[in-house]
Write a protein that binds this ligand. Structure first.
Ligand code: SF4
Ligand code: FES
Length: 238
C-alpha cells in the first residue's frame, strides 16, 4: 500500500507556486540560478537542483511558513529564515546546508516525531517520512509525555479518514480546502498543544461542509488524512 502511494507522488514538488516576473539572479550553495521575481528561495533552490527539506510547503498552495524545517542561511542576514516564505533578491547568496541548519532541522523534526505513532516511524511512507530520511532523523530523545496518540480516528466520511495521531498541524489541508476547493470546511482550532484540525465546530468530517473533493487528502504530508480504499479490512494505526 505505501509503495502505491509512493508511486502516486513521484513528481517533484518544488515547494511553492511558480511566479511571473523579471528574472532575478542569485547563488544557492555556490550554484548560479535565475528565477522570476516573487519566487521563493525554496523554488530557486529546487531550480538549482538543491532540495530543501519541507513539511508545510507544497507547490500547489501559497506558502505559510509554519513548520520551520526549510530554514536556510543568507549571507549578510542574521538568523535562519524560512526558504518557503522568503523571496529571492538580486545577488543573494544562500546556503541550504550547514551544521547549524542540520541541527535546527533535526531538533524540529524530533519534536514532531515525539508525537507521532511509534509503530509507524519505521516502515511507513509519507512526505513526512521522506523529510525525516532527508534530514537523517530516525528517532527522538524525548520521554513519553502529553501526546495525541489516543485521539479517536474520524472515519465518518465515506471516502477518507482522519487520524489525529498522525497530524502535525501543518495546515495544508485547511489551505487546500480554501485555495483549491474554496469551501472553507476545515480550520485549525485551539492553540499550542491543543491545536488541531477541525471540520467545523464540533462536527465530524461527514457532518461538516466538506464536499469530499479530496484536496485535503491529496496534500496531507503525513497520511493523517488518507483514503479509506487503501485499507482492506479497516484502518489500523501503524
Ligand atoms: S491533517 Fe495532514 S494536512 Fe492537515 S494539518 Fe494535519 S498533517 Fe497537515
Ligand atoms: S516548509 Fe517552510 S516553514 Fe514549513
Amino acid at each position: 500500500m505505501w509503495a502505491e502511494l509512493r508511486d502516486l507522488r513521484e513528481e517533484i514538488d518544488v515547494g511553492t507556486p511558480p511566479r511571473n516576473g523579471v528574472e532575478v539572479a542569485l547563488t544557492i550553495d555556490g550554484l548560479a540560478v535565475q528565477v522570476p521575481s516573487g519566487s521563493s528561495i525554496m523554488l530557486a533552490a529546487a531550480k538549482a537542483g538543491q532540495s530543501v527539506p519541507k513539511l508545510c510547503a507544497t507547490d500547489t498552495l501559497e506558502p505559510f511558513g509554519s513548520c520551520r524545517v526549510c530554514l536556510v542561511e543568507i549571507e549578510g542576514r542574521k538568523g535562519f529564515p524560512a526558504s518557503c516564505t522568503t523571496l529571492v533578491e538580486e545577488g543573494m547568496v544562500v546556503k541550504t546546508q550547514s551544521d547549524d541548519l542540520q541541527k535546527l532541522r533535526k531538533g524540529v523534526l524530533e519534536l514532531y516525531l515525539s508525537d507521532f505513532p511509534e509503530q509507524d516511524i519505521e516502515g511507513g511512507w509519507s512526505e513526512f517520512h521522506e523529510t525525516l530520511k532527508q534530514c537523517g532523523v530516525t528517532s527522538h530523545p524525548y520521554r513519553k509525555g502529553d501526546n495525541h496518540q489516543d485521539a479517536p480516528v474520524d472515519e465518518s466520511n465515506p471516502y477518507f479518514l482522519f487520524d489525529p495521531a498522525k497530524c502535525i498541524v501543518c495546515s495544508r489541508c485547511v489551505r487546500a480546502c480554501e485555495e483549491i476547493q474554496g469551501t472553507f470546511a476545515l480550520t485549525i482550532s485551539g492553540r499550542g498543544f491543543e491545536s488541531q484540525v477541525a471540520a467545523g465546530e464540533n462536527h465530524s468530517f461527514f457532518e461538516s461542509e466538506c464536499v469530499s473533493c479530496g484536496a485535503c487528502v491529496q496534500t496531507c504530508p503525513t497520511q493523517a488524512l488518507v483514503e479509506k480504499s487503501l485499507f482492506e479490512g479497516g484502518y489500523q494505526r501503524g
